[in-house]
Write a protein that binds this ligand. Structure first.
Ligand code: ADP
Length: 258
């Protein structure tokens, strides 16, 4: 990709990231899903002209997945670098999305990379690799005030500079929708009003509420010609919950507002 990805800065995150990069301090993005964390990292990697390697961590992600493994090829056994090893050698930015979801051995493996040592021990090869001077470690974490989310231990968190991401204020969120989808500003504002309303309905007990990503999806559908009410129903309401009563209540609410 040669053009700079669109990212609307919310606070001082660009400046903070640049200084974090310059000082070789790992960077942690905290916040709910769909608030622009991945987009921000794509934007920063592009701005700093660095290669970005993204890993979406899940409960099966192990240190082997990141560091590398031996594979059998024909009659031979060969070593294959994992994405973290590649990033360390090439001086790329590695982004461990949802790091708390990964297995504990991932956290153990990155420790020596997050302090002054900036090195990775590859036990299967019996070597310690020094990180390239351009290498940077970035991770994201969803603090999830609801149950079901994994925590990140203080001893790990304190190895990062951290910034919080959240849903932008209404005016900025509408601006993002217009930029992302070329939807009319009036419709964008209505979508943002719907999101604000649902976000305030904490009594619904939704695991995650309406993200900017859902609004972008709704705006895309509307812009491509799907009726507005249907677009909101399938892009905003249905992905949020499977509780039929809540779905019906939210549909009614959205129909009134779009
Ligand atoms: P996260 O990584 O936090 O889950 P993403 O970065 O994937 O979220 O954001 C989801 C979508 O929301 C993006 O694809 C983009 O369309 C939009 N978005 C959210 N915040 C911003 C922002 N500040 N600037 C530009 N686009 C944004």
């Amino acid at each position: 990709m040669n053009t700079l990805p669109y990212y609307r800065a919310i606070g001082k995150e660009i400046e903070i990231f640049e200084h974090s990069y310059k000082n070789k301090i790992p960077f942690l993005l905290k916040g709910p899903t769909g608030t622009g964390k991945s987009r921000f990292i794509e934007f920063m990697a592009h701005k700093l002209d660095k290669k970005l390697i993204t890993i979406s961590c899940h409960e099966e992600t192990s240190s082997t997945d990141l560091i590398g493994r031996y594979i059998i090829k024909g009659a031979e056994t060969i070593w294959l670098d994992g994405p973290l090893t590649t990033a360390i050698k090439e001086g790329a930015i590695i982004y461990l999305d949802e790091i708390a979801e990964a297995r504990p051995d991932v956290i153990v493996a990155i420790h020596s990379l997050t302090d002054h040592r900036r090195e990775l021990f590859i036990d299967k090869l019996g070597i310690t690799l020094k990180a390239h001077q351009d290498f940077m470690l970035v991770a994201s974490f969803n603090p999830g005030y609801q149950k079901g989310f994994k925590e990140l231990k203080p001893s790990t968190r304190q190895r990062f500079i951290a910034t919080s991401f959240d849903y932008p204020e209404a005016k900025i969120e509408a601006e993002i929708l217009v930029n992302e989808t070329e939807i009319e500003i009036g419709v964008a504002k209505k979508l943002v009003n719907i999101a604000t309303k649902i976000r305030n309905l904490t009594e619904l007990g939704l695991a995650e509420t309406v993200s900017t990503r859902l609004l972008v999806d709704a705006a895309k559908l509307i812009h491509s010609g799907l009726p507005k009410r249907l677009s909101v129903e399938v892009a905003v309401v249905e992905p949020l919950t499977d509780d039929l009563e809540v779905v019906e209540a939210l549909k009614d609410l959205c129909n009134l507002m779009i």
